[in-house]
Design a protein around this ligand. Structure first.
Ligand code: IPE
Ligand code: IPE
Ligand code: MG
Length: 240
C-alpha cells in the first residue's frame, strides 16, 4: 500500500507497541510468542515509514516499569531485542536506516548494551530514516535527569537561570536533536501514555488503535498516516 502523493506526512511518528501479551493469550500461546510476532510489525512499519518519507520512527520497546514483570518475560524481551539487532542490522544498514537508542543504559546487561552500541555504530551513516528504540525508558526519569544536568551546569557557573529555557531542557533529553513527534500511536486499546515522551508529545496528534501490536501491519500504519493527514493542527491558534 502506498500513500497518495501530496499527503501530509509526519516528520516523526512515535509508537507505543502494546497488546502482544493479550494477542498471544487469546490464541492460548505464551506472552513471549506475542513479543516475537511483534517484531514483524516493527519491520512493516519501518518499510512504510521509509517509503512514505517519515524522518523519525520511535518505538517504545521496554519501559522502566516493565522490570516489574516476571523475570522470564523480561529476559525473553531482552533476548528478542538482541536477536532482532543481530538479525536486522546488516539489512537496516544497507537500506540507510539509522538506529538510535534512548533510555537509561545503566541497568541493562553488558550483552544488551553491547548490542545497542553495535547497532548504533553500524547504522550511524544511514540517512533514509532514523529509527529510535526506547529501551529502559521513562519520561519522568529523562526529564529529571535533564534537570540534574542543567543544575550541574548552573553550579559550575556555565548556565545562568535565565538560560534554562525550553530549548535548553530539550537539549538535555535523550531525544536532543530529534524533532518532537507529530503523531503518537498506541496500539492494544489502552488510552494512556505510560510514561512515554511526556515532554516531547506536548502537541503530538494522539491515535489510539484497538488493534493488538502483532496485528498492526502495513495496512494499519498507512491508515494511521492517512488519519494524521486529515487532522487539523492548530497549536492554540484559530486557523492555519
Ligand atoms: C507490549 O505488549 C510490549 C511491552 C510492553 C514490552 P504487552 O506485553 O504490554 O502486551 P499486553 O498489553 O499485556 O497485551
Ligand atoms: C507500555 O506498555 C510500555 C511499552 C510498550 C514498552 P505497558 O503494557 O507496559 O503499559 P501499561 O502497563 O499498560 O501502562
Ligand atoms: Mg501492555
Amino acid at each position: 500500500m502506498r500513500m497518495e502523493s501530496g499527503t501530509k506526512i509526519p516528520a516523526h511518528v512515535a509508537i507505543i507497541m502494546d497488546g502482544n501479551g493479550r494477542w498471544a493469550a487469546a490464541q492460548g500461546k505464551p506472552r513471549s510468542w506475542g513479543h516475537a510476532q511483534g517484531m514483524e510489525s516493527i519491520r512493516a512499519c519501518i518499510e512504510v515509514a521509509k517509503d512514505a518519507g517519515v524522518g523519525y520512527l520511535t518505538f517504545y520497546t521496554f519501559s522502566t516499569e516493565n522490570w516489574g514483570r516476571p523475570e522470564s518475560e523480561v529476559s525473553a524481551l531482552m533476548d528478542l531485542l538482541c536477536e532482532g539487532i543481530e538479525k536486522e542490522t546488516p539489512e537496516l544498514a544497507r537500506q540507510g536506516v539509522r538506529m538510535v537508542v534512548i533510555g537509561s543504559r545503566g541497568a541493562l546487561s553488558d550483552k544488551v548494551r553491547a548490542h545497542i552500541e553495535a547497532i548504533e555504530r553500524e547504522t550511524a551513516a544511514g540517512d533514509a530514516l532514523t529509527v529510535v528504540l526506547a529501551v529502559n525508558y521513562s519520561s519522568r526519569s529523562e526529564i529529571t535527569r535533564a534537570a540534574q544536568r542543567i543544575a550541574a551546569r548552573a553550579l559550575t557557573g556555565d548556565l545562568a537561570p535565565v538560560m534554562v529555557t525550553e530549548q535548553a531542557l530539550s537539549d538535555e533529553l535523550y531525544t536532543a536533536g530529534i524533532p518532537d513527534p507529530d503523531l503518537l500511536i498506541r496500539t492494544g486499546g489502552e488510552q494512556r501514555l505510560s510514561n512515554f515522551l511526556l515532554w516531547q508529545a506536548a502537541y503530538a496528534e494522539l491515535l489510539f488503535s484497538p488493534v493488538m501490536w502483532p496485528d498492526f501491519g502495513e495496512k494499519e500504519f498507512c491508515e494511521a498516516l492517512a488519519e494524521y493527514a486529515r487532522r487539523e493542527r492548530r497549536f492554540g491558534k484559530i486557523d492555519n
